[in-house]
Design a protein around this ligand. Structure first.
Ligand code: SF4
Length: 433
């Protein structure tokens, strides 16, 4: 039988990690942001505006992560703990290490020590600090610790349910909608979510941030004038070094028809230490730059994450959230409302609530669509509209996102439209001109 520790080593090639942790190199002058303009902007020689512009949000001393560090990493200083490269280098990746921190259930033991788990196991020490030692039902624990449910293939499940491979003109580039593309910068994540839509790809080392592949993607985007919006995702784009990420952003900004760049990331939730003043200073040079942040439970809204979001928001980056609806994790109205309110407080606008994609081994995470509609109904009208995400199914086979709404239009009576409000009361609207 293959041990999970071996499995992880095999499926997440060491090259991914060494690339992530590579020494920073200065980008060539031609790729600096200032090179994009007739009157060069200050880049490295002129001091940038004083930073932080963000409210200095102090992180309390008695956070869960601090208690966790004292218990499991007694020799590690706060400085080391808050260094994102230390967090990445010290991810929990073996069953032995996990056993030293959690009382594993029989189900978790079987999944971790058996054969057949495809998605690597890895969790940052910071994110592990949010996981209780003795509750296998805890939402964050369920999201990151494998269980045998992953080994079962349910009806209608597929490794690539969204048909991304068939809409990929260049390796790692998905062109589904006419005016935008998804560019997977690499397949490396600091923490692997057990319900990941791209579990067929992430952590397997087949999508690398090598320059030849990225150049091919950039050439495709350059040669396709209909593309006005590029979404960088992965794997997590914020795990690139600052310089490599800047190289990519600068190259995309040189393409005249690319109006908007978006970054999809789970970093503020799983590795908030990555959001450094240096990173934020760099990102704000490439506006309009938007971010979609992946959150799935209110326990993720910690002081550390709040600070990271504040830094990004203060750099003028519009923040939206993406949440997957997950059975036993966030499929209660109260939990979802707490999460949406937590996001609003961190200045993250709830954007999408996804019906969980039917990836192989996901049946233990998936709810019915009726449950999703009940949750949206429990939000709409009961909290501000800003706190209500759009509930969507990403259509299997590559049909794109299809919004789902609770029924509010009951029909017509002559010229009147019959409507139902959030209290289930009926109203008429005179819909005639
Ligand atoms: S962070 Fe995103 S890409 Fe990475 S494992 Fe989680 S869902 Fe997948």
């Amino acid at each position: 039988m293959q041990q999970a520790s071996e499995l992880c080593e095999k499926e997440e090639p060491p090259s991914s990690l060494s690339e992530i942790l590579e020494a920073e190199e200065e980008p060539p002058d031609s790729l600096r942001a200032g090179a994009l303009y007739d009157h060069p902007l200050p880049f490295s020689t002129t001091p940038i505006l004083p930073f932080p512009l963000y409210r200095r949000q102090s992180v309390p001393k008695d956070t869960r992560s601090r208690q966790f560090r004292k218990k499991f990493y007694p020799g590690i200083s706060a400085k080391e703990w808050n260094d994102w490269r230390w967090q990445v280098s010290n991810r929990i990746r073996t069953v032995e290490k996990l056993r030293s921190m959690l009382e594993l259930s029989a189900d978790e033991e079987r999944a971790l020590t058996g054969d057949g788990i495809k998605l690597p196991f890895a969790v940052t020490p910071y994110y592990m600090s949010l996981v209780p030692a003795n509750d296998p039902r805890h939402p964050i624990r369920r999201a990151v610790v494998p269980t045998v449910g992953e080994l079962r293939k349910g009806p209608g499940e597929a490794d690539d349910p969204l048909g991304e491979e068939s809409q990929s003109p260049v390796h790692g580039l998905v062109h589904r909608y006419p005016d935008r593309v998804l560019l997977l910068v690499h397949d490396f994540c600091s923490t692997y979510c057990r319900y990941c839509t791209r579990s067929r790809v992430v952590g397997h080392g087949s999508v690398n941030a090598n320059q030849i592949r990225l150049e091919q993607a950039i050439q495709y985007i350059s040669a396709t004038p209909s593309i006005r919006d590029v979404l960088l995702s992965g794997g997590d784009p914020l795990l690139l070094s600052d310089n490599k990420l800047e190289w990519l952003l600068a190259r995309l900004r040189l393409i005249p028809h690319v109006e908007v760049i978006r970054i999809g990331t789970k970093i503020p939730a799983v590795l908030p230490q990555r959001v450094t003043p240096k990173l934020v200073r760099m990102l704000r040079r490439y506006h309009p730059l938007w971010m979609s942040l992946h959150f799935m439970h209110p326990d993720e809204c910690t002081p550390e994450t709040t600070k990271a979001c504040a830094m990004l928001a203060d750099a003028g980056i519009p923040l939206g959230s993406q949440t997957v609806l997950l059975k036993g994790i966030n499929d209660e109205v109260a939990t979802m409302k707490d999460l949406m309110h937590g996001l609003m407080k961190m200045r993250v606008r709830p954007y999408y609530l996804y019906q969980c994609d039917p990836i192989t081994g996901s049946s233990h995470f998936r709810t019915t669509v009726a449950r999703g509609l009940e949750i949206v109904q429990g939000l709409r009208g009961h909290t501000s509209g800003y706190a209500v995400p759009t509930y969507v199914i990403d259509a299997p086979g590559g049909g794109g996102k299809i919004p789902l709404l609770p029924e509010t239009v009951l029909g017509r009576d002559g010229h009147d439209l019959l409507l139902r409000n959030y209290e289930q009361r009926c109203f008429r609207y005179p819909d005639s001109m």
